[in-house]
Design a protein around this ligand. Structure first.
Ligand code: ZN
Length: 213
């Protein structure tokens, strides 16, 4: 790979052993000699968690602001797939009072001509979910909460979603304390926080809400 094509993200350098992580800047200065003389392969890694979370936030921004909703964005990602982003979704993308994760799952189901609970059969084994806000555990509309949708996919499919990356916890505005994270963790799903975008995510999420109240 020509030097100028090396992406800005992290790259992995394997020199007869486990991958050594180094930044591009580092590569150019410290490891250039080594690169020239040692058998190695250079692997452009898939985007970082921050990049995926930012893409989920871009989805969230498409959501029409409403006082009764949080504008949330979600992605289904399989890091080993090409392209890695399998599906996207945002709040109210599909007709009805639809949530971001739900839209992701429904769009995937439609693409494969199966029901939502069957999409696990079509998900690569390394599929993870990125969502700007913790998946909901209670919906005032009575619709199935997104945490339950994730569990249902895992029960119905051969693989499923084993990790959920979240940008922020759900604020206690509509339904009180959200137990979505606890429910997922009890079912053996890892819930991981991607820090650094909380303020931006909450600004987008509450775009349609009355401010200062
Ligand atoms: Zn939800």
């Amino acid at each position: 790979m020509p030097r100028q094509d090396v992406p800005q993200s992290v790259i992995a350098l394997t020199i007869s052993g486990p991958p050594v992580w180094c930044w591009q800047q580092h590569m150019r200065t410290v490891h250039c000699q080594q690169v020239a003389t040692t058998q190695f392969h250079l692997v452009a890694m898939s985007a970082s968690h921050e990049q995926y979370m930012r893409q989920a936030l871009t989805e969230a921004k498409k959501s029409p602001p409403k006082p009764t909703n949080f504008c949330v964005g979600a992605l289904l990602v399989s890091p080993s797939s090409d392209p890695p982003v399998l599906e996207t979704g945002y709040t109210l993308e599909l007709p009805g009072n639809t949530h971001a994760e739900q839209c992701c799952f429904t769009k995937m189901a439609n693409r494969f001509g199966v029901s939502e609970e069957e999409i696990g059969h079509h998900l690569p084994g390394d599929t993870v979910l990125y969502t700007t806000m913790e998946p909901c555990n209670l919906r005032l509309s009575g619709a199935l909460p997104c945490a339950d949708r994730i569990l249902r996919i895992n029960e119905g499919g051969k693989s499923g979603i084993r990790k959920v990356y979240i940008g922020v916890k759900e604020p206690e505005k509509f339904v009180g304390e959200n137990e979505g994270r606890a429910k997922l963790e009890q079912a053996g799903i890892e819930v991981l926080h991607v820090p650094g975008m909380e303020e931006e995510i909450l600004n987008v999420a509450t775009a349609g809400h009355e401010k200062g109240g």
